[in-house]
Design a protein around this ligand. Structure first.
Ligand SMILES: Cc1cc2nc3c(=O)[nH]c(=O)nc-3n(C[C@H](O)[C@H](O)[C@H](O)COP(=O)(O)OP(=O)(O)OC[C@H]3O[C@@H](n4cnc5c(N)ncnc54)[C@H](O)[C@@H]3O)c2cc1C
Length: 342
């Protein structure tokens, strides 16, 4: 039915994480079919090992060698899965490259995912932190997903409510969902597509290009161009994108901060709280472009920490902690890392 995966030992993970951290995995399995998971985890010796489910490694900080079993999700396939009244359902297997999937939907004439173009990683990881960019989050276009539950050895279907999506968060980052292994994800793309130009920088870029009524392809191209200009390419310089979440504070805390720092960058949320720009806070503390050992802050975007070559996970963590301490001391705000520390 499906090939039995080969268990490998003492594998370098350097090429499997976009930070380029040279950590090693004690045991490693490349999963190319969902059915392999049940077979692998039916083995009591393998099931007992600490487990890391790995996608594209673009939201991870490997702080040392991994002493357990890495399950590297590489199952592939994408399809038009059906229709509802107003939507076309598209499904991809967890191991599919995210950007490749976005391009595929555009090639099918389906808009809806274009604001999330060029985000690194796999489809299976997209719901984990409810990936978002340029005014769109996974939850806005999500239909359902299938997850393998190692506790029961069965597959479960979760809809959007069950995933408990929030800003860079979902049930999969919490106790109730942490062990689940996502095997495929289904998105509901609107039949009556309209461009999502909520994000001013994107709207301006399209307007300047003369696209008053842009197509989904044009929106994707504009997003790709902005991202290429602003973010470092992990193939050239190791990084995991934004290293910190934008902190959300109460309206009262924001007002108090504004009295002391009138230039404070803040965005009011629907619930009345205020989202601060983590990159601005870091920049104000003088960290942009600075290095600590082989780890550093990207000179063009203070929110991105980079590996200048040979950095360990501990180096990056030390840098992150120094930044957190400075921002906390100056603004009284704790920056929370976005990548998962392993
Ligand atoms: C240059 C750059 C730009 C980025 N821009 C953005 C952005 O704009 N918006 C944004 O939200 N993120 C962004 N990211 C972060 C990252 O790309 C996303 O979080 C992405 O979804 C991670 O996918 P991955 O496959 O690489 O996950 P990994 O890093 O492999 O894993 C991340 C977490 O998900 C878990 N996981 C992975 N696959 C599965 C699965 N199938 N089942 C269960 N758990 C799983 C892992 O165990 C880990 O806890 C950026 C990263 C980089 C390097």
């Amino acid at each position: 039915m499906y090939p039995e995966p080969t268990l490998q030992h003492d594998i370098s993970l350097r090429d499997f994480n976009t930070f380029g951290i040279a950590a090693r995995a004690r045991h490693y399995l490349r999963i190319t079919a969902e059915g392999q998971l049940a077979a692998v985890l039916a083995d009591p010796a393998l099931a007992a090992l600490p487990r890391l489910v790995l996608g594209g490694g673009s939201n991870l900080l490997l702080t040392g060698d991994f002493p357990g079993l890495v399950l590297h999700m590489a199952n592939s396939g994408r399809e038009i899965a059906g229709e509802t009244g107003h939507h076309v359902l598209v499904r991809a297997q967890a191991g599919e490259n995210w950007h490749g999937f976005v391009e595929w939907t555009l090639g099918q004439g389906l808009g809806g995912l274009e604001n999330l173009a060029l985000i690194p990683g796999t489809v299976g990881a997209a719901p984990i932190q409810n990936i978002g960019a340029y005014g769109l989050e996974t939850k806005d276009v999500f239909h359902s997903l299938t997850a393998f539950d190692p506790a029961t050895g069965t597959l479960r279907t979760l809809d959007g409510a069950a995933c408990r999506f929030a800003y860079r968060d979902s049930i999969f980052k919490h106790e109730a969902g942490r062990g689940l292994i996502i095997v495929d994800v289904t998105f509901a793309l609107p039949r009556a597509w309209r461009p999502n130009l909520r994000y001013a920088e994107l709207a301006n870029a399209l307007a300047q290009g003369g696209s008053a009524e842009p197509t989904a392809r044009q929106v994707a191209d504009a997003v790709i161009a902005i991202r290429r200009r602003k973010l470092p390419d992990p193939a050239v310089i190791g990084n995991a994108g934004s290293f910190f979440k934008n902190p959300v504070v109460s309206a009262a805390q924001c007002s108090a901060l504004l009295e002391r720092f009138p230039d404070l960058v803040h965005h009011r949320q629907e619930d009345g709280t205020e989202k601060l720009a983590a990159g601005w806070l870091i920049d104000q503390c003088g960290w942009k472009g600075r290095t600590l050992g082989a780890a550093g802050v990207y000179p063009k975007q203070a929110l991105v920490l980079v590996n200048h070559g040979g950095a360990t996970g501990a180096d990056v963590r030390r840098l992150a902690q120094a930044i957190q301490a400075d921002v906390q001391a100056r603004y009284g705000v704790l920056l929370e890392p976005e990548p998962v520390f392993v």
